[in-house]
Write a protein of this length. Structure first.
Length: 364
């Protein structure tokens, strides 16, 4: 997608706006959808989101300028609010206490195993057949996901935030919780950095002479490393202090970003992305397990929506800021900015959650 947009002559800021438009609408929709899914069930939102995503993907075939691509991604942001946050909340409903990390690790693995093959398939198809066939594959796979969800996915028969356990607390009450504030700050700061990286990493790789297929392979290896290691990361999160794991792995993530501009070939960049995948495989199950813990109090969909709003806002604003940095200072500084944001997120999370204690896989 970044290379496709660049081929239209978009500036760094224009590229950032297109990539951010999805997350702008997504951030507005996620809290509404999350709260409603606590009241009305998960399946209807999940299936509807997949169907809307499939239909709006047709727009990629016909969009030939920055404005039209931004509109397509705005609609897809709303559809996306009904998919990933709701799917994670669905699994959070089913996760036994003390095993939140394990099941969030499996969730990461399930998601990234599919997501990881996308860049590789897209790169190979685009290089050999053009961009539109890659979009047709996108449409077909999303329709397949819709039919699977609609036909086979049962509604959760008992949600831990059901009326028999009392109504879910309000968003205002949720924002007074130090763990929620810490997770929100951590996720937003990291997403500010990640948003720019996701947009400009393919461009950086192309600038140092890496082909489209190899760029797709780099992204695939990065994501598949997350896939393979996430279940292990989830089990670690259930055995050790989740707060400590999140802090250490996020600091390592910041260090990895500093290394990207110094990786001047396929093999060095591959190594850096493998290490980055390792940090994500450890930090994300731990952080998401902490969200699940809070979700039992505030409503799983509502709490998960706060986490995803933080991510959405960061990824929405990050590419725009990174685009400005790219245009004024050069592409290397995009990655340095991401490293600074990762460090800031670690510090904020550590500060807000300094009273957290995990005893016998439970929070007290």
């Amino acid at each position: 997608m970044p290379l496709y947009i660049s081929s239209m002559g978009a500036t760094g800021v224009g590229l950032g706006i297109i990539m951010a438009s999805y997350h702008i609408s997504n951030s507005v929709a996620v809290p509404i959808v999350g709260r409603q899914s606590d009241r009305r069930g998960r399946k209807v939102f999940l299936a509807t989101g997949l169907l809307i995503y499939s239909i709006t993907s047709v727009g990629y075939v016909f969009a030939d300028n920055v404005v039209l691509l931004s509109v397509v991604r705005l609609f897809q942001g709303v559809a996306g609010a009904m998919v990933l946050p709701i799917a994670i909340a669905y699994l959070g409903d089913l996760s036994p206490e003390g095993e939140e990390g394990k099941w969030m690790g499996y969730a990461n693995a399930a998601f990234f195993s599919g997501f990881g093959f996308g860049p590789f398939i897209g790169g190979v198809v685009t290089e050999n057949f053009g961009q539109n066939p890659a979009f047709f594959i996108l449409i077909g796979l999303n329709l397949l996901a819709f039919f699977i969800a609609f036909i086979f996915l049962p509604e959760v028969s008992h949600r831990k935030t059901s009326e028999e356990e009392g109504p879910a607390l309000s968003f205002k009450e949720m924002t007074g919780n130090n763990m929620v504030k810490g997770l929100f700050s951590f996720r937003m700061a990291q997403a500010l950095g990640r948003g720019g990286i996701g947009t400009f990493l393919p461009i950086y790789a192309a600038l140092i002479g890496i082909s489209t297929s190899l760029i797709g392979m780099l992204l695939t290896v990065n994501i598949l490393s997350v896939t393979l290691l996430s279940p292990v990361g989830g089990m670690i999160a259930d055995r050790f202090n989740r707060r400590t794991i999140t802090i250490i792995s996020s600091v390592l993530f910041a260090a990895v970003l500093v290394a990207i501009p110094h990786a001047n070939g396929f093999v060095p960049l591959l190594f850096v992305l493998l290490v980055q995948g390792l940090t994500a495989a450890v930090s994300m199950p731990a952080a998401t397990a902490l969200v699940v813990e809070e979700g039992r109090t505030y409503g799983m969909g509502s709490t998960m929506s706060v986490f995803f709003v933080a991510m959405g806002v960061g990824i929405a604003v990050g590419p725009i800021i990174s685009g400005g940095i790219h245009d004024s200072m050069g592409i290397n500084w995009v990655f340095y900015f991401g490293a600074v944001m990762g460090a800031v997120g670690s510090v904020l999370f550590a500060w807000f959650t300094r009273g957290y204690q995990q005893v016998n896989d439970r929070t007290y």
